[in-house]
Ligand binder design. Structure first.
Ligand SMILES: *[C@@H]1O[C@H](CO)[C@@H](O)[C@H](O)[C@H]1NC(C)=O
Ligand SMILES: *[C@@H]1O[C@H](CO)[C@@H](O)[C@H](O)[C@H]1NC(C)=O
Ligand SMILES: *[C@@H]1O[C@H](CO)[C@@H](O)[C@H](O)[C@H]1NC(C)=O
Ligand SMILES: *[C@@H]1O[C@H](CO)[C@@H](O)[C@H](O)[C@H]1NC(C)=O
Ligand SMILES: *[C@@H]1O[C@H](CO)[C@@H](O)[C@H](O)[C@H]1NC(C)=O
Ligand SMILES: *[C@@H]1O[C@H](CO)[C@@H](O)[C@H](O)[C@H]1NC(C)=O
Ligand SMILES: *[C@@H]1O[C@H](CO)[C@@H](O)[C@H](O)[C@H]1NC(C)=O
Ligand SMILES: *[C@@H]1O[C@H](CO)[C@@H](O)[C@H](O)[C@H]1NC(C)=O
Ligand SMILES: *[C@@H]1O[C@H](CO)[C@@H](O)[C@H](O)[C@H]1NC(C)=O
Length: 518
């Protein structure tokens, strides 16, 4: 036994020496590189499933303080609160019942793909406006047709605009109408032209009700978030492109384009942490169709393009993938890559019980791994004005598990922040030395060093013990408010090697860093 083991140990030791510290070089330019694009302070935004909104928000008399703490952390880092879209599949299931004394009543489950109604009463609308200094994009039911549909849109618009007041950003009319045929919401031969006609009628009604119920909001809150399709559907007869061709923006009141994206479905075979989420190629591939669609739609409108509902895997995400630390690294690479391609915001979708939820707002309260990715993104964005972002080209490495970005403030005239992600999978229970990348960056003149903030955990597959810059946002410590748990990590710095004009930092597998040059 022993003699058999020996050659294996020797080769492992050799592997350790050669692989443990792969060295990466990159050149930081004194100003932002060509192709750097602005990144918004509210890039990190959320979408909350309509029927779960009361659990996330609480209500006027009892707001959900944990949600508020977590949103405030993000808002303080960039100076702007995340935008909250309230919508999703259940947005199109809403019926209004004026006699309901509870916020909502859900009588049944999906039967043969027919979705059951969800009744909301007057108190449901008291959940709007509990988050401080926050703008909302509330969803309106478009699936319900006939006079019942008209009446529902009318009352929803009135109660929502009155509840939100100046927190109303704009309305969204219909969620993923390109998928209505899948739920028997429309006949299978429903066409994009019929959709456009219904949307124009429905959104005009919303605008008219706004003008009479909330006239003081018309100036700031008009225009729509649309078409909120489930897919880019490039080249298909029912797509955002054909809807715009069919005149969806003929009134020029689409204020921001919203299209949804997931990396795949929780039930797809072959989905894995390394192959799907902790993988820069797979992230670029997932967003490529959006980059194409955004360019196509510029033939019709110049308004910004937003991922109006997104997350790791559709269907709530998958346990073991969407709810583990690797998904935090995914959030960072996905967000920064999307931003570097000119996407204005990403609304990470939330529902109470879903594995991809950034936090669990009721029952056993927890801050979940994806939230730490949102924190790192906002730390990279920062609060200074005029921030621009570009991918950073890494030399001496060609690995789709490693990616990097640079961010400059004031339109590109400052020393940069550098984000480097080592998404090589390290499982917490693995034995041996955790490999690391040794990154050496040539820095511009005037740089003396960098503050080093790490997104760290014991491994890609853990769900707890995650920190950013030595700080925990877990519920159990301070109800989600930042708590330094690793003093040294919260103060880590690296100085410039004055002769080589470089800085070097080691990044263990399954870890990310933000370097704030000073
Ligand atoms: C509306 O709510 C009331 C009070 O719960 C209930 O009695 C009534 O049946 C509901 N109506 C509908 C159509 O569900
Ligand atoms: C707010 O929520 C609390 C707790 O669920 C509930 O007791 C209270 O009645 C609600 N208030 C309103 C105005 O809906
Ligand atoms: C509403 O849509 C359903 C499903 O497509 C259809 O059966 C029904 O006739 C429509 N009703 C009206 C009033 O358009
Ligand atoms: C869809 O099918 C229905 C029933 O077969 C038919 O009456 C209707 O005209 C069709 N609509 C279109 C747009 O083809
Ligand atoms: C990353 O994703 C790409 C594209 O889906 C795939 O070809 C590649 O094998 C993946 N890389 C790893 C390390 O799994
Ligand atoms: C914009 O429209 C023109 C004319 O229809 C077309 O040739 C071009 O390919 C379109 N651009 C994009 C990016 O789709
Ligand atoms: C949490 O919210 C979900 C979604 O509305 C609900 O089904 C569940 O009962 C709630 N759990 C607790 C413990 O309140
Ligand atoms: C990383 O690279 C730098 C520059 O080549 C070197 O000084 C440093 O010792 C390396 N660190 C490790 C842990 O290999
Ligand atoms: C991480 O993966 C290892 C190896 O598969 C496993 O033993 C361990 O339980 C996993 N940890 C978690 C938190 O899933």
């Amino acid at each position: 036994m022993k003699t058999n083991m020996l050659p294996l140990l020797v080769s492992l030791a050799f592997a350790d020496i050669s692989e443990c510290f792969s060295t990466i070089h990159a050149q930081l330019t004194p100003g932002a590189p060509p192709g750097a694009v602005p990144i918004g302070k509210d890039f990190t935004s959320f979408s909350i499933e309509y029927s779960h909104f009361p659990w996330f928000a609480g209500n006027r008399s009892q707001p959900n303080q944990f949600s508020i703490n977590l949103l405030l952390n993000l808002g303080r880092m960039t100076g702007l609160m995340p935008v909250i879209r309230v919508g999703g599949n259940t947005q199109d299931d809403i019926h209004y019942n004026a006699s309901l004394t509870v916020p909502e009543y859900i009588p049944g489950a999906v039967i043969d793909d027919h979705r059951p109604p969800i009744y909301v009463g007057p108190s449901f609308f008291s959940s709007f406006g509990t988050f401080p200094n926050t703008l909302y994009i509330p969803g309106i039911n478009l699936a319900m047709n006939g006079s019942a549909g008209t009446a529902t849109r009318k009352i929803e618009t009135e109660l929502t605009c009155k509840a939100l007041g100046s927190s109303l950003f704009m309305f969204e009319v219909g969620n993923e109408p390109d998928h209505y045929m899948n739920y028997f919401r429309r006949p299978s031969n429903w066409t994009v032209d019929e959709y456009v006609e219904e949307w124009l009628t429905g959104s005009q009604l919303v605008a008219d009700v706004m003008a009479s119920a909330c006239p003081h909001l018309v100036k700031q809150s008009s225009g729509f978030f649309a078409p909120s399709f489930g897919g880019t559907d490039l080249g298909k007869p029912f797509s955002a492109q054909t809807a715009f061709e069919g005149g969806q923006d003929s009134r020029h009141d689409i204020r921001q384009i919203s299209v949804h994206n997931y990396m795949g479905s929780a039930t797809n075979p072959g989905i894995s942490l390394q192959g799907t989420l902790m993988n820069h190629s797979s992230i670029m591939r997932s967003l490529a169709a959006h980059v194409t669609l955004a360019a196509e739609l510029r033939n019709f409108t110049t308004v910004p393009y937003v991922l109006g509902e997104t997350n790791s895997l559709s269907g709530g995400g998958a346990t073991g993938l969407s709810n583990v630390f690797g998904s935090a690294l995914w959030v960072v690479d996905y967000s920064l890559y999307a931003a570097s391609q000119g996407i204005l915001r990403a609304h990470f979708h939330q529902s109470v019980t879903s594995p991809y939820a950034a936090w669990t707002p009721n029952g056993t309260l927890t801050t979940n791994p994806p939230y730490y990715g949102n924190i790192m993104v906002n730390a990279a964005i920062g609060s200074a004005p005029g921030t621009v972002i570009a991918p950073l080209e890494l030399q001496t490495i060609n690995d789709d598990r490693v990616s990097a970005y640079v961010l400059y403030d004031h339109g590109g005239k400052t020393l940069p922040r550098v984000v480097i992600l080592n998404m090589r999978e390290w499982i917490s229970t693995a034995v041996g030395t955790r490999p690391a990348l040794n990154v050496t960056l040539a820095v511009p003149a005037g740089a003396n060093g960098a503050r080093v903030e790490r997104l760290a955990a014991a491994g890609a597959n853990v769900t707890t013990g995650i920190t950013y810059a030595g700080t925990s946002y877990d519920y159990d410590l301070a109800q989600g408010q930042p708590t330094v748990v690793d003093e040294a990590a919260s103060r880590e710095t690296v100085l410039v090697d004055s002769s080589a004009k470089t800085i070097s930092v080691d990044i263990p597998d399954s870890q990310g860093v933000v370097l704030h040059l000073f």
